[in-house]
Ligand binder design. Structure first.
Ligand code: BGC
Length: 748
């Protein structure tokens, strides 16, 4: 470790200067323990310098301490690529020419890979891009649970299951932070809808909070070691998340021992006294244009700026809270901008494009493939229909919008790949949806206007469909308001713009109709039985077209599994089951999660199978797998609290593929109501044709526990459990009894 020793002249004796060497201050000495450095820096700072570092100085930065050589912090969205730079004080583009990026697949796609290695690759790659752009904090990933398919922001999250989310978020964070860039996990907590997001007050029971909505955040903090977290806009139990002592002090900093920085969502702070005392550390984005209040410098008037300083000077608020906040921010700066050993990063590299393509390829989910219509075959005439074949999706959707260096749209990807495959590709529009292509001053430059009537568009597509060997419809949602976009929720579970009608017409004209939907959400499929194949594509980013071509032409064997339940209708999601506005979108400011634990498959497990189009964990391959009989390392849970499940997976088809073994746990009898089964382990394996791989998965005590809201402890009750093994939540091939002899309890 280098030490900076500065020679200084200390005195003159008889005309001779004596040189002495001043020791590097502790806070600059990277060989010293982090906490010592933090405390040393803090001890040198004035109250106003401490105040200075805990709030914004611009839209995305905070100032550091110039006098001490402590650098600024720059934040960036997140979570799918590095956002283009905006002006100092406004949301408009800064007009930089070096701020384009690789757009990585949306987090729903990452979750659909069911592969933590993909998550590590994602985190490392996006972290390198953030580092290259000199950002200290990446505002992502998002881990809010998929409570309703109407949530416009689901595409930024990792699905409906707390265990899957927890497993996938940890490597992402570690990958990002290996670059000396902090991940900022968002939006803590219960930000599960966009309607009234600024003030909606979530009422949820403690057990559901701890079992469903918090595990992703807990894993991010305790296992991922996240250096920052973003409390959201909404309220929980009467207080805004940024001012919520239960969420921030009791749980995050108390139970989980979080030593990082709680960074407010942009403009999510409302009250100096509360925010100062209830655990938020840094304020960003108040008064959206940064200048509405306190004309000469709005930043000084932030809740955690002058008003806070004043209250401390007047003795109304204690210095100790400010010291804690400032220490946390210093820790963050030392972990990031002050870490002289962090790598330099890289941007728009071929490695990053390759990573985006690989992750995307593992996330696409094949839902139906009648008569093996896919992959497409040599010599076929293929008609592509649908707006999403053309539309760039990296622009729009809110703060995750990007300025991608390049984005291959599906039609271009398919055409390019078809060239050397003797496959002919023609295109018909089919419908017109959203023709805009602008977000915050970044434009796609695409002209998607089409003046034909809806009837004419269908008639033209049908005519061409009759002449094709295969029709590939590429539709779904997009990033416009009320679709998959921040700030608004969807208004219907059906696909928009008449797409159901277009699909029905195509299927009637040509039985070889393949439907590819690009969405971050589930939707109704009234045409499910009439089409030959269904592919769930997601927002894949820069490599969208290449990834889709890889899968449709069979260069990549699909291995994605649904991270969300595709139920038949909106009312098959518990939050909507009784059409109760108190449950969604809320009444008089409150939204009540009356469904409790019944989220996703935990609810649909109780319904007739006809209510589910495609279950959680489901996804097909171009090869076939068979799961052999699973075994348990012990029929009784040993004192260690761990058992191992072993299951042989055989590839019975004729090409290499990847299968995801899923282990669900069922508590046969319990003193509290428990879901029918819950995902507690999974593993993705590559298996060659004819090969059998023995997959081992370990279950620890967490797999059997529920949260006891009376004792506020995790608890395993003795008795009978079942270990269910399969390759989707609805295809369980082994059912193994496990006896748990004694009860176990522990605190977070
Ligand atoms: C979003 C955050 C985002 C922030 C900064 C907010 O509106 O909710 O997710 O990181 O803006 O752009």
């Amino acid at each position: 470790m280098k030490k900076f020793i500065k020679p200084i002249v200390i005195t003159m004796i008889g005309g001779v200067s004596i040189l002495a060497f001043a020791q590097t201050p502790i806070y600059l000495d990277e060989s010293k323990p982090l906490e010592e450095r933090v405390q040393d820096a803090l001890s040198r700072m004035s109250t106003s310098e401490k105040i200075g570092i805990i709030h914004a100085q611009s839209k995305f930065s905070s100032p550091g301490v110039q006098r001490l050589g402590i650098p600024e912090i720059w934040c960036t969205d997140g979570p799918h690529g590095i956002r283009p730079d905006v002006l100092w004080d406004e949301w408009e583009q800064a007009g930089a020419t070096n701020d384009s990026c690789v757009a990585f697949p949306a987090l729903t796609c990452l979750a659909a890979t069911w592969n933590p290695e993909m998550s590590a690759l994602y985190g490392k790659s996006i972290g390198e891009e953030a580092r290259y752009r000199n950002k200290s904090v990446l505002l992502g990933p998002g881990v809010n649970i998929y409570r309703t398919p109407l949530n416009g922001r689901n595409f930024e999250y990792m699905g409906e299951d707390p265990y899957l989310t927890s497993q996938m978020v940890v490597p992402y964070i570690q990958g990002v932070q290996s670059n000396g860039v902090a991940a900022c996990v968002k939006h803590y907590a219960l930000n599960n809808q966009e309607t009234h997001r600024d003030h909606v007050n979530v009422l949820v029971d403690d057990r559901t909070l701890h079992e469903i909505y918090l595990p992703g955040f807990k894993a991010a903090v305790k296992e991922g070691g996240a250096w920052s977290i973003m409390p959201g806009y909404n309220k929980y139990d009467g207080d805004h998340a940024c001012e919520n002592s239960v969420l921030l002090l009791d749980i995050l900093k108390g139970d989980w021992g979080f030593d990082g920085v709680a960074i407010s969502d942009w403009g999510a702070v409302h009250n100096t006294e509360k925010v100062a005392q209830n655990g938020l550390d840094m304020e960003f984005g108040s008064w959206t244009n940064g200048l509405n209040w306190g004309a000469s410098n709005a930043y000084n008037n932030y809740y955690l700026a002058k008003p806070y300083e004043q209250a401390i000077l007047e003795g109304k608020l204690p210095m100790s809270d400010l010291d804690d906040k400032a220490a946390r921010v210093l820790r963050l700066i030392m972990r990031t901008a002050m870490d002289r050993n962090r790598p330099f990063g890289s941007i728009n590299s071929e490695e990053h494009y390759a990573a985006a393509r690989q992750i995307g390829g593992e996330g696409v989910v094949l839902l139906k493939n009648k008569n093996n219509i896919l992959p497409l075959k040599k010599g076929q005439k293929v008609l592509v229909v649908g707006e999403n074949a053309l539309k760039m999706m990296t622009v729009g959707g809110g703060s995750s919008s990007l300025k991608a260096q390049r984005e291959i749209v599906p039609l271009d990807g398919l055409k390019a790949a078809a060239e050397n495959k003797e496959i002919e590709i023609a295109f018909e529009r089919g419908y017109v949806g959203d023709t805009t292509g602008e977000y915050n001053g970044v434009t796609t430059g695409q002209n998607l206007q089409d003046s034909r009537s809806a009837e004419q568009l269908i008639a033209d597509a049908v005519k061409a469909a009759k002449e094709a060997d295969v029709v590939v419809f590429i539709g779904g949602l997009n990033k416009a308001d009320h679709q998959d976009a921040e700030g608004t929720d969807r208004e219907s579970f059906n696909l928009p713009y008449n797409q159901d009608k277009v699909i029905e017409a195509l299927a009637a004209a040509n039985p070889n109709t393949v439907v590819v939907n690009i969405t971050g959400n589930a939707y109704a499929m009234p045409w499910k039985g009439k089409v030959a194949a269904i592919v769930q594509d997601w927002y894949i980013g820069s490599e969208a077209g290449n990834v889709l071509a890889d899968v449709l032409f069979g260069d990549v064997n699909p291995s994605g599994k649904l991270p969300i339940t595709f139920a038949a209708s909106l009312t098959d999601y518990a939050a909507h089951a009784s059409n109760d506005p108190e449950m969604f979108p809320g009444v008089n400011g409150d939204v009540t999660y009356k469904e409790g634990l019944d989220v996703g498959y935990r609810y649909t497990d109780k319904l007739k199978s006809s209510r589910i189009n495609y279950p959680f964990g489901y996804g097909m391959s171009y090869t076939d797998f068979s799961l052999g009989k699973a075994t348990l390392s012990s029929a009784t849970l040993p004192e260690s609290g761990e058992v191992t499940v072993t299951v042989p997976v055989t590839n019975t088809g004729d090409r290499e593929g990847k299968e995801v073994v899923q282990v669900y746990v069922r508590d046969v009898k319990s003193s509290v109501a428990r879901p029918n089964k819950e995902l507690k382990a999974f593993r993705k394996v590559a298996v060659a044709p004819g090969e059998t791989v023995n997959v081992e998965l370990t279950l620890d005590r967490n797999a059997f526990a529920f949260y006891n809201d009376k004792t506020k402890q995790w608890e395993v009750e003795p008795g009978k459990f079942e270990i269910l093994v399969g390759n989707s939540s609805a295809n369980l091939t082994s059912r193994l009894p496990l006896n748990i002899p004694t009860s176990l309890t522990w605190k977070d």
